[in-house]
Design a protein around this ligand. Structure first.
Ligand code: PRP
Ligand code: HPA
Length: 170
């Protein structure tokens, strides 16, 4: 299936000069939504995965489904101040700002094989921070997968150490 028709460009969002890839038309279409989930799952062909990490907030759309289908646990990485238990944190830069990401300190066991999922790979700051959080707890990132990669922002460079799969590249 060609997913490109379901991705909408929004100019100057959330800041002037940014052309934002809006995935909500894809989510709204039952068939495109289902096929996109199937395709993301297909990227993990027969890999043993213990935990799927979803990134606040749009990473939470597909990551729980992937975890459920893979028989893995679902872990949330959240923007700072949202997680209630003890946390580890990483600061990061993204296309239109900076921030701090947190994960519960007991989210990953040593040796866990981890799939990291997010909707968009842009500058890679977010994904890199998430992989660092996983590794701080002794997990192994076995794949990062995304719906969309904005290749012109070179995010792949920041996560070149990890296998990467993407549905749509711009
Ligand atoms: C977006 C997107 C990724 C990140 C990618 O999230 O969902 O998480 O930016 O950017 P990067 O590769 O430059 O780090 P955002 O921080 O806008 O949060 P949201 O999902 O809550 O909208
Ligand atoms: N679209 C959606 N999310 C994003 C983008 C974008 O263009 N850039 C960084 N995160």
């Amino acid at each position: 299936m060609d997913f490109a028709p379901y991705i909408r460009d929004i100019e100057d969002f959330p800041k002037p000069g940014v052309v934002f890839k809006d995935i909500t038309p894809l989510l709204k279409d039952p068939k495109a939504f289902q096929k996109a989930g199937d395709a993301l799952l297909g990227f993990t062909h027969n890999m043993q995965i213990d935990k799927v990490v979803g990134v606040d907030s749009r990473g939470f759309i597909f990551a729980p489904m992937l975890a459920e289908k893979l028989g893995a646990g679902f872990i949330t990485v959240r923007k700072s101040g949202k997680l209630p238990y003890s946390t580890i944190s990483e600061s990061y830069d993204l296309e239109y700002g900076t921030g701090i990401l947190e994960m519960h300190s007991d989210a990953i066991e040593k040796g866990d094989r981890v799939l990291v999922h997010d909707d968009v790979l842009a500058t890679g700051g977010t994904a890199q921070a998430v992989c660092k959080l996983v590794e701080k707890l002794g997990g192994e990132v076995v794949q990062c997968n995304f719906l969309i990669e904005l290749t012109f922002l070179n995010g792949a460079e920041k996560i070149r150490r990890y296998p990467k799969e993407v549905l749509l590249k711009y």
